[in-house]
Ligand binder design. Structure first.
Ligand SMILES: Cc1cc2nc3c(=O)[nH]c(=O)nc-3n(C[C@H](O)[C@H](O)[C@H](O)COP(=O)(O)O)c2cc1C
Length: 329
């Protein structure tokens, strides 16, 4: 598929996730078959004010391409100026605009999902950014209870020049509760000519198959299921290709992925930005006996000790329980 002029091999994307999708984690997901990755959301204001520490989290490497950097903000001029800086400095293939984050700190500021109540502001932001940058601009939205309003917003985003739209089928008020409603993505796909990406509650091959068939969307975006389990991309694509589960020794796989993650964090110099204990805990979720190991992990900052704890878990429990722990996020 193509987003603007960017060719993308495959249709399984890694969602933007704050404190999760740093370049090291994105690379790991790429290795497991994510075809497009998104940075965590970056504040346009921070970019403009030279807050390089924040902006550097969007830093990336040639080998990750194609990747998107996501920006949030409440002013068209600021987001557009930040987009120019981001484009020049980090050469992303795509700039994605956040119209979906429900976090209070953004909503109070008129950013993220707050913008869904101001469609003309969305139009202004998308068209201003599109005029300023060379790369394709995309948008990620949540939904409103009112289907007509959300269809109007999707059309506005397309008219304003966006090259694709991602639809997370939850409202701002839902946060992460309840189920993602994919009827919205299905209707938006029917209405728009640009690619539509469905997002929400895609945790495995079965849910991925259901969402792609039901919505007819061009791509799927996976978020929480990848936290601590980047291998999920391989599992999903295997299922979509063959209709069968990929046989995996998940405990060993998680351990290998965690070690590779640590290597990549060091390679990109990101150790100090990442709460490694929190990430290590995600890598042990769903593993029998994982709770005990998570207690051990929370008591140390030493990566070596964390790896040893995970190794001991694998030695005791080579089989995995279900992945259900992820669903409660
Ligand atoms: C920890 C976390 C951080 C997130 N950060 C962002 C973000 O920076 N930008 C964004 O557009 N969505 C963000 N999201 C929302 C996800 O991109 C995605 O829309 C949502 O998790 C639903 O997909 P899932 O059911 O596959 O997790 C975040 C979600 C989580 C769990």
């Amino acid at each position: 598929m193509k987003i603007g002029n960017i060719k993308i091999d495959g249709y399984l994307f890694l969602a933007p996730m704050a404190d999760v999708t740093n370049p090291a984690f994105r690379m790991l997901c790429k290795k497991h078959g994510a075809s497009l990755t998104y940075s965590e959301m970056i504040s346009a204001d921070a970019v403009i004010h030279g807050n390089i520490r924040t902006a550097d989290r969007g830093l990336s490497s040639e080998e990750e391409k194609p990747f998107a950097i996501q920006l949030f903000g409440n002013s068209a001029a600021t987001i557009a100026n930040a987009s120019v800086i981001i484009e020049e400095r980090y050469s992303p293939d795509i700039i994605d605009l956040n119209f979906g984050c429900p976090a209070n700190v953004l909503v109070k500021d008129g950013s993220g999902s707050a913008l869904l109540y101001f469609p003309e502001k969305i139009r202004e932001i998308v068209s201003t950014v599109c005029k300023k940058v060379e790369v394709p601009v995309t948008a990620k939205i949540r939904v409103l209870h009112d289907m007509k309003k959300i269809l109007d917003i999707a059309r506005t985003i397309e008219e304003a020049g966006a090259s694709a739209i991602t639809v997370h089928g939850r409202t701002q008020a839902q946060q992460y509760a309840g189920k993602a409603e994919h009827e919205y993505a299905r209707k938006i796909k029917n209405e728009l000519s640009i690619p539509v990406i469905a997002n929400g509650d895609i945790f495995d091959g079965c849910s991925a198959k259901h969402v792609i068939e039901y919505t007819g969307c061009d791509a799927l975006m996976v978020g929480r299921a990848s936290m601590g389990n980047p291998h999920v991309f391989r599992e999903i694509s295997h299922f979509l290709r063959t209709g069968e589960q990929l046989p995996t020794n998940e405990c060993t796989q998680r351990l290998e992925d965690f070690k590779e993650y640590v290597r990549l964090l060091e390679l990109y110099g990101l150790e100090e930005y990442v709460d490694i204990r929190m990430h290590a805990q995600w890598f042990t979720r769903g593993i029998k006996g994982g709770r005990h190991v998570r207690q051990g992990i929370s008591g140390t900052r030493e990566i070596k000790t964390i790896v040893q704890l995970m190794e001991s878990l694998c030695a005791q429990s080579p089989d995995m329980a279900t992945n259900n722990d992820f669903h409660g996020n």
